[in-house]
Design a protein around this ligand. Sequence first.
Ligand SMILES: *[C@@H]1O[C@H](CO)[C@@H](O)[C@H](O)[C@H]1NC(C)=O
Ligand SMILES: *[C@@H]1O[C@H](CO)[C@@H](O)[C@H](O)[C@H]1NC(C)=O
Length: 291
Amino acid sequence: MKSINLIIGLTALSKSYAALTPVTNWGENPTNLDMALYVPAQVAESPAIILALHYCGGTGQAYYQTANYDKYADAKGFIVIYPSTKKDSNCWDVASEASLSHDGAGDSGGLVNMVKYVTEKYNADPTKVFATGSSSGCMMTNVLLAAYPDVFAAGSCYSGVAATCLQGSPGSSPMSADPTCASGQNVHTGEEWAERVKAMYPEYNGTYPRMQTLHGTADTFVNYPNLAEQLKEWSALLGVEFSKNVTNTPQSGYTQMVYGDGTKLVGYSASGVGHTVPVHPELDVAWFGLD
Ligand SMILES: *[C@@H]1O[C@H](CO)[C@@H](O)[C@H](O)[C@H]1NC(C)=O
Ligand SMILES: *[C@@H]1O[C@H](CO)[C@@H](O)[C@H](O)[C@H]1NC(C)=O
């Protein structure tokens, strides 16, 4: 009995790990990132792309286990990129000038080059490129949407901080970062946040990507006030005001905070939830229009 369980366990483990395809030589990689892909058996003719970003200390493989989009990718034919960073306790660089600038050759630029590679290789739809992530991955989702509004159509974000919250910090990890940001003390008006974001890509004059962001009220690691700061930032960038709360959505204890008509910006406040809010893949794909 024991050996059968062991075999089943090993099969499940090796199966899930084997499903990701590592990719090398995908283009300019200024910060030495790793890239892996989930490509469904039936890729759509012009597939969407989800870039799924791990938390600090994580890897693409680990995040693939956590936030699994396989069943949706298999049904809709989209491709998921699971990148990895190996620096600064495996945290994404959301602090340096290079990463916080459009075409700045930091982590953000390397990630966008992965998107470009997949777009060319699989004939992906450039209007259907999405970013998501948890904790550090949510911080990077904010940065990518801010620095590359021309690349991303929308983001879905778990327990992170506003783009530029860590600007100028010596690092981006719990050990290396200026703690002001994660502790929720980096507070700005929406207009101030928007100005900082626009400075990342001053030539850009188009619209900004849609954003959905979730945070737990009991988060004392990346403190809860960071939800309000993100919402102020994206509210100003997207030109939508808070309109209403919808309680117990998508589940008991979560409050959906709707901005405008709810198509551009939505927050979710998860009552009593700590760091991080569990990934809700069905909520992500619905927000991306891939359900
Ligand atoms: C936005 O920038 C593009 C390219 O620089 C330019 O062609 C276009 O006229 C600009 N649009 C507006 C509304 O300023
Ligand atoms: C909406 O919900 C959030 C999170 O629970 C809360 O902080 C805020 O006060 C609510 N706003 C209104 C107008 O009820």
